[in-house]
Design a protein around this ligand. Sequence first.
Ligand SMILES: Cc1cc2nc3c(=O)[nH]c(=O)nc-3n(C[C@H](O)[C@H](O)[C@H](O)COP(=O)(O)OP(=O)(O)OC[C@H]3O[C@@H](n4cnc5c(N)ncnc54)[C@H](O)[C@@H]3O)c2cc1C
Length: 513
Amino acid sequence: MAETLDELRDSLTGDVLVEGDREYERARLCFNLLIDRRPAAIARCVDANDVAAALAFGQARSLEIAVRGGGHNPAGHCAVDDGLVIDLSRMRDVRVDPENGIAQSQGGATWLDFDAATQAHGLVTPGGVVGSTGVTGLTLGGGIGHLTAQHGLTCDNLIAAELVTPSGEIVRASDDQNPELLWGLRGGGGNFGVVVQAEYRLHPLVQVIGGRLEYEGDDVAEALRLFRELANEGPPELSIQAQLGTDASLVPQLVVVPCYTGTGDDPEALGPLRALAGHASDGVRRQGFLEQQRIFDPGYGVDRNYWKGHFVAELPDELIDDLIGCMTALGRPPGGILIESLHGAPKDVAPSSAALGYRDAAFNVSAMASWTDPAHDDESINWARSTASAIEPWSVSGGYANYMQADEPIDRVRAAFGPDSFARLQALKSRYDPDNVLHRNQNIPPLGLDARYSGGLSGAGADGSLCQRPIGFPSVSVPVTNQPMPGTGCGSSALPPSSCRRPAPALMSSTSK
Ligand SMILES: Cc1cc2nc3c(=O)[nH]c(=O)nc-3n(C[C@H](O)[C@H](O)[C@H](O)COP(=O)(O)OP(=O)(O)OC[C@H]3O[C@@H](n4cnc5c(N)ncnc54)[C@H](O)[C@@H]3O)c2cc1C
């Protein structure tokens, strides 16, 4: 192997990390510590030629290939046991053309890189809310953040991209060249090639009215209802997200994060939420956009994570009560539930412009289990699944690909696009990656082939079969609910039934995943 790896080293301008190298242990890990994989090699590419050489090397040696941008995908798609990681962390340049309002971002740039470069010119594109997330990875799955209502999903602002396909071809996708591929990149994930450069439309913005509104205890339900009304009214100059949590003694807590870009320092629409926040904390103020982008930064990347959620058409009182009940069901702080509003600009875009299919959704609601003790793996995963089951009765358009774990069944991936778009994506996949080399993603199988979910569990997926269990934690075998009825709450067989607000009849029809 050492000799063959020398070949890889010789063919790259960048470098190659293997076990024993000083930086290997850090470079093999991703944001989610639940994923613990040891690649045979990590090729840290510096340009498109390097990417092409790494793709050729991996295929010639039948190595499973993973692509790493910012390393934030909760499924851990960027890591692969015994395979080759194409690591783009040395490709992070962002060039800004302020006259034309365009940014060119290399495939491994993070939002920290992107925002710093664009804000130097007083410009933005709507991106993710955590600086270390990969720009390209986030874009390829959609992209929801602090400016979604104002400027749409991140992928709506993607105007061109340059890819290296598994055959080594460099392809440009834009309105003029391969427009169908550009359509597919707006939501279709890293299925078609390694994006070495993406181009974005920029918008002028320097300051926002933003920050945190915090609530606790009995105020949480009312605050969530006010949050819902505000999002439903849909002022397009206000993006808004809410995150449910608890304190150590399981008192419910809520953080609402508005980002207002209209006129005035005290937006009228926020009045009711701010009045209620008087009971807890109101940190809303005029601040720089870069400051707004740091609101969610602390606390990420140090724990084990399992996320599962649904787009929903509404946020009824019943669901709000269920979600709050779910926060205490585990008997210890389970992590959080993130509720992202999708009002405003995402609805103004012609649905036919992008592959993703959740324009009708009002909110994206995601159970985000996070914990540190491996002994809590089973019950934490179960909490996320059963909380998602409580959300499911209101679901539309499947789940958010950017937050999906690797154990999502193909039907969920298909539902995220709808059958027609999924068929178009499969045709694109057949054209650009007919052998499904790039399958460590929310996989779109080429026509005639089965989906290959990311392997890692005793080679699951390597034979073209669906991985039916979560990867990376083989000891886990927890029941999951199928098709719960409305109002089933967050029941889970790992939890004492009495700890839930409502009984969980759906568990009676549970199946093993
Ligand atoms: C802390 C945290 C915060 C987040 N915040 C947000 C948010 O605010 N909004 C939101 O919408 N999502 C958010 N996400 C989800 C995130 O957008 C997705 O998980 C996304 O896939 C991360 O991209 P990455 O490059 O960082 O991840 P990686 O794990 O490096 O990559 C994930 C996959 O994306 C593909 N990919 C990445 N780069 C390329 C490329 N250059 N070419 C081809 N394929 C590529 C590959 O298939 C790769 O396996 C967040 C995730 C985390 C962990």
